[in-house]
Design a protein around this ligand. Structure first.
Ligand SMILES: [Zn+2]
Ligand SMILES: [Zn+2]
Length: 103
């Protein structure tokens, strides 16, 4: 097994967007990122969506997250196998992130 560095859009691991409520009066923060899965296994992380609105707090889901999913780029190397090193994401122009992957 080999370890190599792969490039992904930062939005794949960390993404934040502000979404307005349907009344337009409030703004909620929709976040995608790491949430600790198991406190005993400090290296075990799960990636997931969260939102600061009441609907998410009570039901664990809301429509703002759908907006977040549509706005998130989520580009990774597999989208473009001939991709070389780039500073900016070809998908959204945002920052890139390097991750270690085993191949
Ligand atoms: Zn929400
Ligand atoms: Zn991107």
């Amino acid at each position: 097994m080999d370890i190599r560095t792969a490039q992904i859009c930062k939005s794949v691991v960390n993404f934040e967007i502000e979404v307005k409520s349907s009344s337009g009066k409030e703004t909620y923060k929709v976040i995608y990122g790491r949430v600790p899965q198991n406190l005993k296994l400090t290296y075990a992380y799960e990636y997931g969506w969260s939102c600061t609105c009441k609907g998410f707090t009570y039901h664990g889901k809301c429509k703002h997250i759908e907006v977040g999913k549509q706005s998130r780029c989520g580009w990774n190397e597999e989208c473009s196998p001939t991709f070389g090193y780039e500073e900016k994401c070809p998908g959204c122009g945002g920052p890139m992130e390097s991750i270690q992957v085993s191949v």
